[in-house]
Design a protein around this ligand. Sequence first.
Ligand code: HPA
Length: 231
Amino acid sequence: MTPHIEAKKEDIANIVLMPGDPNRAKYITETYLEDYKLVNSLRGELAYTGYYKGKRVTVFSSGMGIASMGIYSHELFDVYDVDYIIRIGTAGSYKEDLKVYDVLVADSAFSNTSFDEESTGEDMKVINSSFDLNSKIMMIAHKKRMDVKLGRVHTTEAFYNDSNLADLNGSLAVEMETYALLFNAKKFHKKATSILTISDNLVTKEEISALEREKKLNDMIFLALETALIL
Ligand code: HPA
């Protein structure tokens, strides 16, 4: 169907949850979905389409970074006519009081990337996520008595960096994909946001292990799936 996705168009739901990691896509599917099938495994990026409490959803791994998220979200919006993408991932906290396992909904993403200029010629520092999606997520969080924060994330190109970025534009945490997702959502007039679990704190150096990263992200996953029910 596309250079990177082998799924048939009808095998992708119009709501896509996107973890970065294919193992997490498999875990979410096997833990939460019924009547599911594997619809993509090209390049090891796994996508499953199934049902959560009767609602059809696709769980599709984005891979790591702006480049990979940029490709998959573009093809899902453009070729597969997906209407909603909710990234579910991890981020490093820039704030002492935004702690490991806290959940942050990205109301916007800031990046110094040249992805935007190279993609459409526009230079945007900050892109907003979907107000409508965020409102629904915050409403579900409130109903389920989950403590969820809303704020800006910094999408970086370099996981390993020794630089001290002077101006983070008010970002609360750092990750590597949200900016590309929001850029493509804006381009195709679709709705997207990210729900992020804090996996490490860059101030206090507290962190969770790779195995915990894969398995202990259930609050965030539940919040994304329950939101899908009202889309
Ligand atoms: N940097 C970039 N991406 C991340 C981090 C980080 O510290 N933690 C989780 N994703």
